[in-house]
Design a protein around this ligand. Structure first.
Ligand SMILES: [Zn+2]
Ligand SMILES: [Zn+2]
Length: 140
């Protein structure tokens, strides 16, 4: 058995060149380059918190063992008046848990239509687009 190192097609023994790529076949394919250290997939779970609140939420999530990062979305054009707003991000595989925890703490509400967790500041559900009515928001 031989392999084309370019297109990775398998060839029977005896064939020496890939018909497509015109390169010499090899006995074994070179090892795939090691996958880069897994970059956590950060997921936005909550938006538009002022700095103090965001740090409270981050501290809370981290006390529950959820790695949390804050993303500053404000532009400090006028630092004196600019309100610092932060997005809260967690690893993808912990996002559900994080949302659940924030929901329990009433930092997120659950959409009454689709059950998605949304920021209290959202005007429509980020999942189904349903308008958010005050009375729909379980968590307020
Ligand atoms: Zn080939
Ligand atoms: Zn929804």
């Amino acid at each position: 058995m031989s392999f084309c190192p370019v297109c990775k097609t398998e060839y029977q023994a005896g064939i020496e060149q890939c018909a497509d790529c015109e390169v010499t076949l090899v006995e074994t394919l070179p090892a795939e380059p090691a996958a880069p250290a897994a970059q956590p997939d950060w997921v936005l779970i909550s938006t538009d918190h002022d700095e103090a609140e965001a740090y409270v939420l981050k501290g809370y999530l981290e006390s529950e063992g959820i790695e949390t990062t804050l993303e500053n979305k404000s532009f400090h054009i006028a630092p004196v008046t600019a309100e610092t707003l932060l997005n809260i991000l967690v690893h993808q595989d912990q996002a559900d848990l994080a949302r659940q925890l924030l929901h329990e703490k009433e930092y997120l509400y659950k959409c009454s239509s689709c059950g998605a967790y949304c920021s209290l500041s959202d005007k429509v559900c980020s999942q189904c687009g349903e308008a958010i009515e005050e009375e729909d928001a379980e968590a307020i």
